[in-house]
Design a protein around this ligand. Sequence first.
Ligand SMILES: CC(C)(COP(=O)(O)OP(=O)(O)OC[C@H]1O[C@@H](n2cnc3c(N)ncnc32)[C@H](O)[C@@H]1OP(=O)(O)O)[C@@H](O)C(=O)NCCC(=O)NCCS
Length: 147
Amino acid sequence: MLTLRQAGASDADLLSEWRNDPEAVRFSVSRREVGPAEHRQWLAHALASPTTRLWIAERGGIAVGQVRLDPRTDGHEVSLAVAPRERGRGVGQELVGGLMALAVTEGLQPLLARVDRDNVASIRVFLRAGFVQTRADARMIHLRWPQ
Ligand SMILES: CC(C)(COP(=O)(O)OP(=O)(O)OC[C@H]1O[C@@H](n2cnc3c(N)ncnc32)[C@H](O)[C@@H]1OP(=O)(O)O)[C@@H](O)C(=O)NCCC(=O)NCCS
């Protein structure tokens, strides 16, 4: 079973490692790696923000992924990453399910996601969880839950 805990400054190295994993870079919005100084600044800003929420998912006390919600005008946008060695085992699916339950109890709906068209695993995770595609552009598929 996965549990979510709020991320903190001590998670900086872990989050940087996952953000700069080649697959995560390939499917990121900027498509580039984030250097140490930029990452520190980004994390400090995210942790200080009253509206951005950042969690670390753990299984048996081991960190296996991260999930973040950023406020948008039309909802909260989900970003997620699973530790490279844990991918393809259902962690992404479970993470999104947990997040949806949290969104209901904390009134954070609708949830939004922007996923690279080539990111098959991520698209599957969101569609299977019940997100629906709202539009697509040249690079990204836009999804939303609930419809
Ligand atoms: C995208 C990501 C979060 C998915 O998490 P995951 O734990 O690997 O996904 P799951 O194991 O829950 O698999 C979900 C589905 O995708 C499929 N899948 C997993 N990896 C796949 C791959 N490389 N290619 C094709 N399908 C894949 C699984 O078979 C499963 O499909 P099913 O439910 O029909 O059986 C994870 O791969 C990741 O962190 N990627 C890098 C960062 C990233 O892309 N984040 C998302 C940005 S929107």
